[in-house]
Ligand binder design. Sequence first.
Ligand code: BGP
Length: 472
Amino acid sequence: HTEMKDIEKQAIQYRFPSDFWWGSSASATQTEGTVEGDGKGPNIWDYWFEQEPNRFYDGVGPADTSRFYTRYKEDIALMKELGHNSFRFSISWSRLFPAGRGAMNQQAVQFYNAVIEELRQADIEPFVNLYHFDLPMALQEKGGWVNRETVEAYVDYANTCFELFGDRVAKWFTHNEPIVPVEGGYLYDFHYPNEVDFGKAVQVGYHTLLSSASAIKAYKEGGYKGKIGIILNLTPTYPRSQHPADVKAAEICDAFFNRSFLDPSVTGEFNPLLVELLRQEGFLPSIEEGDREIIRQGTVDLLGINYYQPRRVKARESLPNPDAPFVPERFFDYYAMPGRKMNEMRGWEIYEKGIYDILTNVRQNYGNIECFISENGMGVQGEEKFRDAQGMIHDEYRIDFIREHLKWVQRAITEGSNVKGYHLWTFMDNWSWTNAYKNRYGFVSVDLQNEGKRSVKQSGHWFKQVIENNGF
Ligand code: BGP
């Protein structure tokens, strides 16, 4: 038996560190379901769905998600069966504080305690994210992230979570993809409140950053034993050519979408190019005395990196219409590189080496801070057609996708990158913002026609082997 194991080990070409974090990630609004709400207050998704259900794929809203709220035991048992050693989920702010601040919902405390306990019993380390796009509606009504009071409310909420769960949770994250609500809510109309207002976008981004730094500072001062970080969606940004105009365009795009949060979160300093552009255009946010110090002190211990696709950029070929609303694309254009590989269903490029380029950038320019891949994955429509008679979905494309990305992660590790883990988006198929259940991402399928029945896909079984071997 031992000999067999040795032979298998020798056959492993891509090996990962023995303490690597293997698992998946999810978010509250996308998995819990709200119908069993137990005192949960509405967040912006509940509200928006009520107002405009037609903007959601198949008219499916956030109340109907995968029911993790009632089925978490079964789901965590399945994670254990599949060998996962870690799981990232988020706390729903408006479940804990139905009005955003003030009265606390004890049933929410019980629920998250039970989830944490269940994970610990299963030897699965909980990674807890405090904010995944889901602002309590009561705070949105008062101006949301445009209003500085939301920062205070957020810090109260974060402190409450540290106090409630900090003795058992050692990995915390302040925000998931903080740039996305800025883009969705204030530039490109895919999150509530669906405004197009660059000045507000900058202020919202700034307040979000300040909330993150304030919570990190509070966590550190609280003397908790764990680590705290932020999760950023990083999009390696490639110029069309080495022509200086293309290179400049890519640098600007990178400053807006990556370095805006990456620089201050890791180094405590704003990105100089971004500051320069905002100053030049008259869009600097309003900053209060003392903020700079908080941002300098509130740097992360740990960086989560979500990677789906790169950005390809070229210089603009025409002047922007001066009357059009101001958006970052005023400074560059996107470039559809001929021959690029696409996940046509999601409309996203697949470029595996991008994950290595991000890790190399973090190693070389951000002090090689401890990091991990906190999301990566492939959204596919119509996976039911790959289900066999025994009920298993054969998702070879997802296995290929994960394997090819992991090869690059492994290479970054051999070159010295401080990468500690890989989490797939997501554990089980879940509800995805306005796309609802259109694109499926999970290791586990959720059969909506059959009371949400879970069944492990081929990729889930394959990943289990990868974890057992610490490589492939
Ligand atoms: C990330 C989000 C997730 C998830 C994922 C897949 O940006 O953090 O919440 O939704 O993208 O994207 P989508 O569901 O839009 O296909």
